[in-house]
Ligand binder design. Structure first.
Ligand code: NG1
Ligand code: ZN
Length: 539
């Protein structure tokens, strides 16, 4: 690999001096004007990663998800469509922070040497970006790095994050027994729609579904999916809202899954009629939140915890009906932000085990892999359901003994194809929810009746130094600063059915405090008291 070629390409893509970059839960994410050099360097790292993995294709996604339009981000996708391996996050951080172009090229070669990477071997990278205008220039920085390292590069242009994950897995499994799907955007739509038809098993969906697309990439992509969908086969009628991608400034503005979840209200620009079924995607279409407005009680939200419980209960029933309960173990993975009532419902009512991991889908995804069917969702609506090889083998092996068993087996197999196996996918999750509601004959109100959420409050606390806050026990307890957790525990004890925890955000310069309690006023009061403790210890 030509050192001078990399050096001269790098000189066109400076990093901002003095700034410290860190590959976090969502890759590198910040104001777009700080990202040009970062994206170039991510290109260099993905060129190395592909060569380390015998030339398999690595994905690079340029997106800042639910953040404001001025932000952007870049993250790396491993060959099977999962997140970059943890050890390489550190390499990414080190490479990006190289203080000069010369030191960057030195470090690049040093990495190749220590990781025993043959730089003369072929490498391949595929890329996608959301609708942010800054994405276009960042892609140039990426492609310059790939050209300088002689890496084959395919730019898939505008995609949802889960579509890029899908394509990465398809490219690397093409022509093998584990082929994930056709390597194209059309292949993605066809796979989803065909599986959707099969999963419904002749049932029809009633009532219109209104989808708020956060004025992000989910809008055009959902419209594209609908071109492949024949409503006469499913009864599903979708009305798309907030799909304006021509005015960048409206992206995620007063709409989208993050807005709905954190503000606990409908998007500002829409007026859901009482009883109508609504959902919101986030800016890169990997989060999903459902809601409706009740004529008596007002706005009601069904978040990631609700999607997890719905999927777990339905799939566990299918496993039992198919008589596979001894061979296919199902489990649910949550984070500390999951509502305590949802955990109780899964463990006690559904009798399904729950495990907790730290925040960030890579942790949940990893834990879900240890089940035959692993259901994982963050409360914010990001998640999916993973089917193991063993599950596929069991479903294929089983000879149905009755029409009900046949139905259950075919539904399971269709769901396995419908649900994105690489990462949380709002569009695929939405079709899954629609299938389950149709099978159960449920409205959103029926779904909501399964359990009652504990009132809760999430507060963002600005502190002098968020790095003082270190956690343990899947982020449910603080190990540092000393005595801070004791003070939190003392306050929590004063409330009924209460729980509260604090942690440093991985994506923002702040701490987050979560509290839940028996009543709304107690949850609010507790959150404020814990926030005050955090502030006092925060430096
Ligand atoms: P941080 O900022 O670390 O709390 C947020 C979300 C995560 C995850 C990441 C990545 C909450 C409370 N936190 O992380 O769940 O989605 O962003 O986007 O929702
Ligand atoms: Zn997102």
């Amino acid at each position: 690999m030509d050192r001078d070629l990399i050096l001269s390409a790098s000189k066109k893509h400076d990093i901002v001096p003095g700034k410290v970059y860190k590959y976090g839960t969502a890759g590198f994410r910040m104001s777009a004007d700080l990202l040009d050099g970062v994206t170039f360097r991510v290109g260099l790292l993905s060129a190395l990663r592909s060569r380390k993995l015998n030339g398999q294709a690595i994905g690079v996604m340029i997106t800042a998800s639910h953040n404001p339009a001025v932000d952007n981000g870049v993250k790396i996708v491993d060959p099977m469509g999962d997140m970059l391996e943890q050890e390489w996050e550190a390499h990414a951080t080190n490479l990006v922070n190289a203080p000069s172009h010369d030191e960057l090229v030195d470090y690049f070669h040093k990495l190749a040497e220590t990781l025993k990477i043959d730089l003369s071997a072929p490498g391949k990278v595929i890329a996608g970006r959301d609708t942010r205008p800054s994405g276009k220039t960042l892609v140039t920085a990426l492609s310059d790095a790939l050209a300088a390292t002689n890496t084959t590069y395919v730019d898939y242009k505008i995609l949802t994050t889960p579509q890029l994950h899908y394509l990465t897995r398809c490219v690397n499994t093409e022509g093998t027994p584990g082929a994930y799907g056709e390597v194209s955007e059309t292949g993605y739509y066809n796979k989803l729609i065909q599986a959707f038809y099969r999963a419904l098993r002749g049932r029809t969906i009633s009532g219109k579904l209104s989808v708020d697309c956060a004025n992000g990439v989910g809008g055009p992509k959902l419209n594209e999916l609908l071109k492949h969908h024949d409503p006469s086969k499913t009864g599903l009628e979708v009305k798309v809202y907030n799909d304006d991608v021509l005015r960048p400034e409206v992206l995620n503005l007063d709409c989208g899954a993050d807005f709905v979840k954190t503000r606990q209200r409908a998007p500002v620009s829409v007026k859901p009629a009482p009883g109508e079924r609504w959902c919101s995607l986030d800016g890169d279409a990997d989060r999903l939140i459902y809601y409706w407005v009740d004529p008596e009680t007002g706005f009601f939200m069904l978040d990631g915890d609700r999607i997890a419980t719905l999927a777990a209960s339905f799939i566990a029933d299918l496993i039992r009906t198919a008589d596979l309960q001894d061979n296919v173990r199902i489990g649910v993975v949550q984070t500390a932000y999951a509502n305590g009532s949802s955990t109780k419902y899964v463990e006690q009512h559904l009798q399904i085990p729950v495990v907790f991991t730290p925040t960030g889908v890579k942790h949940l995804h990893h834990a879900a892999c240890s089940y035959d069917i692993g259901v994982y969702f963050e409360a914010n609506g990001h998640g999916t359901v993973l089917f193991s090889q063993n599950t596929w083998a069991e479903v294929k092996r089983k000879e149905p003994q009755s029409p009900a068993q046949k139905d259950a087996l075919e539904t399971l197999s269709a769901l396995g194809d419908l649900i994105n196996q690489t990462v949380g996918d709002a569009i695929s999750d939405m079709l899954m929810v629609e299938v389950i509601l149709a099978h159960k004959g449920w409205s959103l109100r029926d779904w909501a009746m399964t359990y009652q959420d504990l009132p809760n409050r999430l507060v963002r606390v600005e502190v002098g130094n968020k790095d003082l806050f270190q956690t343990t026990d899947a982020e449910r307890k603080l190990s540092q600063p000393e005595h801070c957790q004791d003070d939190i525990d003392k306050v929590v004890k004063k409330y009924t059915n209460a729980r509260s925890f604090a942690r440093a955000s991985g994506t923002e310069n702040a701490c987050r405090v979560y509290a839940e309690a028996a009543t709304r006023s107690e949850a609010d009061e507790l959150a404020n008291k814990v926030a005050a403790i955090v502030k006092a210890y925060g430096g």
